[in-house]
Design a protein around this ligand. Structure first.
Ligand SMILES: [Zn+2]
Ligand SMILES: [Zn+2]
Length: 300
């Protein structure tokens, strides 16, 4: 909308035309309290200070405005401001997609101050997002599904019933990330050993994926020529992958089986067994496929 509205006056004219149109279409009756010109004027001046060309969405009642920032890779990032009824007396709230969910601007008085602070923080995350984007492009990402800018980790399929979770430190995405392995012991233990042996091989100047493969002595299955069926990534109980946001992480530790389950599915199965055992936090029983012992934490 705002590529066409270069000045406040022009924006007001367009807004007015739009409101009139809405009035005709919806037989809308304006009440005394509907438009608070002083508030609207203050908000529009604030928006102009950031630049109308950066606005990607705005509500007619001016309770919400969304700004966009395009990074050097042309990726769009969105900042939403929730504007109170009694602006500028009360302060605006921000909604962002930053990994730090608690982020709040220090200069909450001016829109430009908020926008500038948000953009600066966002730029600090760009190197980490670039590394993660490469993983998303080439690997099977099991979790999160789908990844969002808030997520600083990826659980990557490393083979049938084997996955590696990579968590980056956004402050230094080029250092050896925190790694966690999922799979039967026979497949996970060699990776743990490689991690200990090869930690010195980590090279900050190499791309993340190449570094991981070098470190662990494996090649992550390429999304373009390995199917999800090959990787057995779906839950062996409910046959789905994403179950209300959860992905299968409970894995039968027996090598010849390696079945994987959602925690919730494994819990329901184990709980239903007549001979299952329960402690405060965990339920123990047998794998539905190979009858080997398995356990899962009781969901909270
Ligand atoms: Zn399931
Ligand atoms: Zn099993």
């Amino acid at each position: 909308m705002c590529g066409r509205s270069e000045t406040v006056l022009q924006f007001m004219i367009n807004l007015n035309k739009f409101l009139k149109q809405l009035e005709i279409e919806n037989n809308y009756k304006e009440t005394e309290n509907c438009i608070n010109l002083e508030r609207d004027w203050a908000i529009l001046s604030e928006i102009q200070s950031v630049g109308f060309e950066k606005v990607t969405d705005i509500s007619l009642d001016l309770l919400k405005v969304e700004f966009c920032y395009k990074d050097e890779k042309d990726q769009e990032h969105k900042l939403q401001l929730i504007i109170p009824e009694d602006f500028p007396k009360s302060e605006v709230q921000t909604v962002t997609n930053l990994p730090d969910a608690d982020w709040a601007p220090k200069s909450i008085k001016s829109f430009l101050g908020i926008y500038t602070e948000w953009r600066d923080v966002l730029e600090d995350y760009l190197p980490a997002w670039k590394e993660l984007a490469d993983l998303d492009k080439f690997c099977w990402v099991l979790d999160p599904d789908p990844p969002t800018p808030c997520d600083m980790y990826r659980r990557l399929a490393a083979g049938p019933s084997l996955s590696v979770q990579v968590e980056l430190d956004p402050g230094d995405p080029f250092q050896l990330p925190h790694l966690k392995f999922f799979g039967p012991d026979s497949k996970v233990n060699p990776l743990r050993e490689k991690l200990c042996e090869n930690a010195d091989l980590w090279d900050r100047d190499d791309p993340l994926l190449a570094n991981l493969e070098n470190l662990l002595g494996i090649e992550f299955p390429d999304k373009s020529n390995v199917t999800r069926e090959d990787l057995k990534i779906d839950c062996w109980i409910c046959y789905s992958f994403n179950l209300e946001g959860a992905t299968p992480t409970t894995i039968c530790r027996t090598d010849r089986c390696s079945a994987c389950f959602h925690d919730a599915c494994a819990y329901e199965w184990l709980k239903s067994l007549p001979d299952s055992r329960t402690t405060l936090e965990t339920v123990f029983g047998n794998c539905p496929y190979c009858r080997s012992p398995m356990s899962v934490k009781i969901p909270k």
